[in-house]
Design a protein around this ligand. Structure first.
Ligand SMILES: Nc1ncnc2c1ncn2[C@@H]1O[C@H](COP(=O)(O)OP(=O)(O)OP(=O)(O)O)[C@@H](O)[C@H]1O
Ligand SMILES: Cc1cn([C@H]2C[C@H](O)[C@@H](COP(=O)(O)O)O2)c(=O)[nH]c1=O
Length: 202
């Protein structure tokens, strides 16, 4: 059976991940690979409706975690699994590592509960490659302030983002085979250079 590759982009809000997705997609196009770019929460009609709620409504932490995984279930069924089965590559702006980092690290939901949801929603799938765009909070915050109106997560305090960043880095250390940590304080051109090296090796 054909099987494409699954690449995820992660980082705290404002780290710069969305900026680099089109570039990585263009590197893959140059290799004649069919690539689908998508995002979480979102990526499907239902997922985008859930995204609106998740990014703007206050809710219980467990509701938030379950809705993230509900949107992900739909995303896998409608977009990710069919694409990988066709042999296409999928680039997703965030996936389950974001739930561990934000609901787990940031909001302190027990990791065990997130692992249960992960086992339920995608027991056999993990990204082939996760690019973690890492920056100090102040850099990310300055980029966000300059660029847009802030959503529910983006309005969180420094302690929250510090915990999110630490959990991302902890997961990168736990899963070194799939994570690549990118120093996103570097210029866009320097990050592109690094991405070229990473992408040419997969
Ligand atoms: N390496 C960089 N150097 C300077 N500015 C950057 C860099 N990377 C991204 N930016 C700028 O920072 C801002 C935020 O970038 P971007 O939207 O890619 O972040 P993000 O990590 O996707 O954030 P979010 O998760 O909130 O969507 C944009 O204005 C972008 O142009
Ligand atoms: C998938 C996922 C996302 N989040 C948070 C992280 C961000 O603050 C927003 C998504 O916004 P972006 O600008 O498109 O990155 O949602 C989360 O808390 N948990 C998740 O599983």
């Amino acid at each position: 059976m054909a099987s494409g590759k699954f690449i995820t982009f992660e980082g705290i809000d404002g780290a710069g991940k969305s900026t680099h997705i089109a570039y990585v997609a263009s590197l893959l196009h140059d290799r004649n690979i069919t690539v689908i770019t998508t995002r979480e929460p979102g990526g499907t009609t239902l997922g985008e409706k859930l995204r609106e709620l998740l990014l703007h409504e206050k809710m219980h932490l467990e509701t938030e975690a379950m809705l993230m995984f509900a949107a992900r279930r739909e995303h896998l069924a409608q977009v990710i699994d069919p694409a990988l089965q066709r042999g296409d590559w999928v680039i997703s702006d965030r996936f389950s590592d974001a739930s561990f980092a934000y609901q787990g690290g940031g909001r302190q939901l027990e990791r065990r509960k997130l692992e249960e949801l992960e086992k339920w929603v995608h027991p056999h799938l993990q990204p082939d490659l996760t690019l973690l765009f890492d920056v100090p909070l102040e850099v990310a915050r300055a980029r966000l302030d300059a660029s847009r109106e802030l959503d529910k997560f983006e309005q969180e305090k420094a302690d929250f983002f510090s915990a999110v960043r630490q959990e991302y880095l902890r997961r990168a250390a736990e899963f070194p085979n799939r994570f690549r940590v990118i120093d996103s304080t570097k210029s866009i051109a320097e990050v592109h250079k690094e991405l070229e090296g990473i992408i040419s090796s997969i």
